[in-house]
Write a protein that binds this ligand. Structure first.
Ligand SMILES: Nc1ncnc2c1ncn2[C@@H]1O[C@H](COP(=O)(O)OP(=O)(O)OP(=O)(O)O)[C@@H](O)[C@H]1O
Length: 452
């Protein structure tokens, strides 16, 4: 438990309030959310339908729909970069300025936003078919994600392979075997082959193939040299000539080709068999589980620090669901990346999460380490959610009576008061503050305050 506090915060949400303006009224979807995400953890976000989980995910990504208003709050990345402020600045400039006259400014802001969305943050949605483009090969979609976020990465990869000789590869492999990965990276930099280390390591880290085959694959890297058309494309890109339409096409083609190679590596890393074939396939040719892996591939290919997953397993059957959960755990372990995993299913969250936050009516009701939330829940709502989980030894499941309040006019005081079996007069008057009951375990309920 102590480890939670020591870890670096990668995301901090402060008093976030978001409402949706509709003809039927103003829905207060988030009513003051405070939450933190630490490096290398999976934070599970649970709550009934309509509690604001997806709105929170979209707000962090800066992808709220047009009728949403951020009333107040901050979403801080690495303690300083406020995603919402960037979006607000962008939004207001976009309206005030004539976009044609301010093309450069808009481009810069767009670039900044793209960086935040793809590099620092990425999102995976429930239904993979809606996030994938049905008319593009999956390899192209992964390649394009890199092309738009970090084209120089593709350039570096292609050029370094072109410069590399068999002798270099043999030396690099010996370094890798005898001195390890860090020494390999140093050696790659010394030889000015940056970009190649990523390819060598992606082969080396494959657990599914024998060492001799890995060596063979690494040595084969220098056979994949650029052909003259690709060399031309890359030099057009490097000279900045890609703004000329015909030349731009050549440059993009060369980089996308490199992106396909990267896509093969990513799919291999995600445990997809025959990745060379799969990159040439279209989304409808893949099973649901494979499609979700591809979507996860697109999300992680730019090495985002934070991945938000909104019900990523809900549309999948149970065995595939288990595989995706295992994949998330292994991605967390191998990359030190942080995840926010949204699900209404607490048993799914129990499998992947390090900490769990329970949302109710646009607020966090309780948050804490997974074990504590499951074994010693304090908020009556969390306790009732736990009683509603089906298990083998339960003879009856207790449904939570009543329903989530109308978010156009949430009740005064605690929003759970009308369903709570322990309601007290003050619950109807005041909102309970968040109280830390033990390290990292916080509860917003007067009962907890009473006991303290
Ligand atoms: N575009 C929108 N316009 C109007 N109201 C919206 C919009 N999107 C969400 N809402 C409302 O905001 C509230 C929170 O919705 P949200 O989708 O974030 O909840 P959720 O916990 O993710 O639910 P679910 O599990 O069903 O996805 C709900 O009352 C919902 O009706």
């Amino acid at each position: 438990m102590e480890r939670v506090k020591e870890r670096a915060k990668v995301l901090e949400i402060k008093d976030l309030r978001v409402s949706f303006h509709t003809r039927r009224g103003v829905f207060k979807a988030l009513r003051g959310v405070d939450l933190e995400l630490y490096k290398g953890e999976v934070l599970g976000l649970a709550g009934e339908s309509g509690s604001g989980k997806s709105t929170l995910g979209l707000a962090i990504m800066g992808l709220l729909p047009r009728n949403a208003r951020v009333e107040s709050g901050e979403v801080l990345l690495d303690g300083s970069k406020d995603v919402l402020k960037m979006l607000r600045d962008y939004g207001s400039r976009d309206v005030k300025f004539d976009p044609r006259k301010n093309e450069k400014l808009i481009k810069r802001l767009n670039k900044e936003l793209r960086e935040v969305r793809g590099r620092a943050l990425a999102m995976v949605f429930q239904e993979p078919l809606t996030s994938l483009n049905p008319v593009l090969q999956v390899g192209y979609q992964i390649a394009e994600a890199v092309y738009y976020h970090d084209p120089m990465r593709l350039v570096r990869r292609a050029i370094s392979r072109n410069r590399c000789t068999q002798a270099d590869l043999r030396d690099l492999m010996t370094t890798l075997k005898t001195k390890g990965e860090e020494a390999l990276i140093e050696e790659v930099e010394k030889r000015n082959l940056r970009g190649l280390e990523e390819q060598i390591l992606s082969i080396w880290r494959r657990q599914d193939i024998h060492e001799a085959k890995k060596e063979k694959l690494i040595l084969s890297l220098d056979k994949h040299k650029l052909d003259s058309k690709d060399r031309l494309g890359i030099s057009i890109y490097l000279r900045g000539l890609q703004r000329v339409p015909v030349l731009g096409r050549l440059a993009k083609d060369a980089l996308i080709k490199e992106g396909y190679r990267l896509a093969v590596e990513i799919l291999t890393y995600l445990g997809i068999p025959h990745p060379e074939k799969v990159v040439r396939m279209y989304p409808h040719e893949l099973s649901g589980g494979m499609r979700q892996r591809v979507v996860i591939g697109i999300a992680i290919v730019n090495n985002p620090e934070i991945v938000i997953m909104d019900e990523p397993t809900s549309a999948l059957d149970v065995t595939i669901q288990a595989q995706i959960l295992e994949l998330v755990s292994s991605l967390k372990a191998s990359s030190n990346r942080s995840f926010i995993f949204i699900s209404h299913d607490l048993s799914v969250l129990a499998e992947v999460s390090d900490r769990i936050a329970i949302m109710y009516a646009g607020k966090i009701a309780e948050v804490g380490p997974v074990k504590v939330i499951f074994e010693e829940p304090q908020h009556p709502y969390t306790k009732m959610l736990m009683d509603a989980i089906p298990t083998m030894d339960k003879t009856e499941l207790k449904a939570i009576p009543g329903s989530v309040p109308d978010m156009r006019s949430p009740p005064k005081g605690c929003s759970f008061s009308n369903r709570c079996p322990f309601v007290m007069p003050k619950c109807k008057e005041m909102e309970p503050p968040m109280v830390e009951v033990s390290e990292g375990h916080k509860v917003a309920c007067f009962l907890v305050g009473e006991r303290k």
